[in-house]
Design a protein around this ligand. Structure first.
Ligand SMILES: Nc1ncnc2c1ncn2[C@@H]1O[C@H](COP(=O)(O)OP(=O)(O)O)[C@@H](O)[C@H]1O
Ligand SMILES: [Mg+2]
Length: 477
């Protein structure tokens, strides 16, 4: 059965149609004024009054020219031309007017002017300006929080491999291509990522690091891409901005990319290909401009072979790849690194420490450094804390790196026999005291184990300058 609407009933006769059009004119948000072909005003709607300040009873039935001598609408009536965007100002009312003839059966029977108030446009413009200022302020805040601090000047190393990596990284900084940085933990992956960001055109924009392994998989998507209001229970009002959006204009550093869940890998691929993101629960995509630098200490190729990592994403990321060597493969850089770490820690209210004894350096160079430069840094910081002289010596180093006796056979540690013996004596006494304690009972036990009398032990402690505040445990790496 056909439903007859109120609309159908009304517009079926001419009178009804007029009523219908009149009702529309009453409710539109533009001011409307109509004159007939004798220039007499036949209609104004409430919006016209609101915008121009001219009341209906002041104008209806009168010749427009008589009421408003500057009106242009009679011209339109005469020449039949459309006029748009004519600016008008009446007192404090500002508006723009579009004018057109009304043509029926090829004859001009009147003219209509449609006006839009500018006061509102001004207000909106002001609001837009304020919002833009706030947005810029927020962007500055984001930048102050997510800011890279390291540059290439902070990367230390004379080793050929590391020099080659610095050369490639500098090239990468000039481009906007994705960079993949591989290397064991503590080899400087984040340091390189920051330097690449700082050297490139995005330096004045945020550098946002994300550890993909540290964020629970269930949260990672909304952390990375954000969500819209009401997308799930407990979703925050107003939604949430994701890290990709925070990084807009800058760089996102995806650390431990090998731990990115498989379904999110597809989303990341989309970001790389389309340069768009979609928030959780959102119906549309948003454009973003973010450079991606990813890092991993895993063998990504192997993860691809085992189908833990998407091959297409791997090849997308594998454009510029840096392989950072472990510290044990660039031991020649250890003295340089150690001295720079000492120098950097000098300002922090510590006593100035100027040097490292030959034996201590030999030990540092003989150790394998599974935690790489991060571990070296911890060891040096520990030693600085333990020393009270001007020199870091063997017994200031944490026991965790003492295990390797290689140092005493190493050709780099050749030195006068007496000094060598002293160092060894010192090391053994320190180890024994660590084991048994520095109280009298501990010393007695240590002397017994070392095969000397208690008096000899006391003499040696004095002669070798061994402090009794012995470090007892290693810092964690
Ligand atoms: N070549 C280097 N020169 C100086 N410091 C370095 C170098 N490589 C790493 N470091 C320092 O070692 C620590 C670990 O570096 P980081 O970039 O966090 O390693 P990763 O991200 O590979 O675990 C940081 O304090 C960093 O400043
Ligand atoms: Mg790291």
């Amino acid at each position: 059965m056909k439903v007859v609407s109120r609309f159908d009933k009304l517009v079926k006769d001419a009178d009804g149609q007029a009523q219908w059009l009149f009702a529309i004119l009453q409710s539109v948000h533009d001011g409307v004024l109509v004159i007939d072909d004798c220039e007499v005003v036949r209609l104004v709607n409430p919006e016209y009054t609101r915008i121009t300040g001219v009341k209906e009873n002041e104008i209806i039935g009168k010749r427009l020219r008589d009421v408003r001598p500057n009106a242009l609408l009679p011209e339109t009536l005469k020449d039949g031309k459309v006029r748009t965007g004519v600016y008008r100002k009446e007192g404090s009312n500002e508006y723009v007017v579009d004018m057109a003839p009304i043509v029926v059966h090829g004859q001009v029977i009147g003219a209509v002017s449609v006006c839009k108030g500018l006061t509102e446009v001004h207000k909106l413009t002001q609001e837009l300006k304020r919002n833009k200022e706030r947005l810029n302020e927020l962007k500055r805040t984001v930048y102050s929080i997510y800011r890279a601090t390291y540059t290439f000047a902070h990367i230390i190393g004379h080793n050929d491999k590391i020099k080659e990596m610095i050369r490639i990284a500098k090239r990468a900084a000039e481009s906007d291509l994705p960079v993949l940085i591989m290397g064991e933990s503590g080899t400087g992956k984040e340091l390189f990522a920051q330097a690449i960001h700082q050297e490139g055109p995005r330096a004045e924009h945020p550098f946002v690091p994300v550890n993909c392994a540290a964020i629970p998989a269930a949260l990672l998507e909304s952390e990375l891409f954000g969500y819209v209001e009401g997308s799930f229970t407990h979703a925050k009002k107003g939604g949430k901005i994701g890290l990709f959006e925070l990084a807009d204009g800058g760089t996102i550093f995806l650390d431990e990319i090998g731990d990115l869940p498989y379904d999110l890998q597809a989303k990341l691929l989309r970001v790389l290909q389309e340069k768009t993101i979609r928030k959780v629960g959102d119906t549309h995509e948003r454009r973003i401009d973010v450079r991606i630098i990813a890092a991993t200490n895993k063998d990504l190729r192997q993860l691809v072979a085992k189908q833990y990592f998407r091959e297409d994403l791997f090849y997308r990321l594998h454009v510029i790849t840096l392989h950072l060597p472990p510290l044990r493969e660039r031991k020649e850089d250890i003295p340089l690194l150690a001295h720079s770490i000492i120098q950097a820690s000098g300002g922090g209210g510590q006593r100035p420490v100027c040097s490292i004894s030959q034996a201590a350096m030999a030990l540092l160079q003989s150790y394998d450094w599974p935690g790489n430069i991060r571990e070296l840094k911890n060891v040096i910081d520990y030693a600085i804390c333990m020393t009270d002289g001007m020199e870091i010596d063997l017994h200031h180093l944490p026991p965790s790196i003492m295990k390797d006796p290689e140092v005493f056979r190493s050709s780099t540690s050749i030195q006068p026999l007496r000094k060598m013996l002293e160092e060894t004596e010192k090391r053994l006494i320190v180890e024994a005291l660590r084991q048994f304690g520095t109280d009298v009972q501990g010393k007695k036990q240590a002397a017994k184990e070392l095969g000397v009398s208690l008096a000899t032990l006391y003499n040696k402690l004095k002669k070798l300058g061994i402090s009794e505040d012995l470090p007892s445990s290693a810092p964690n790496g």
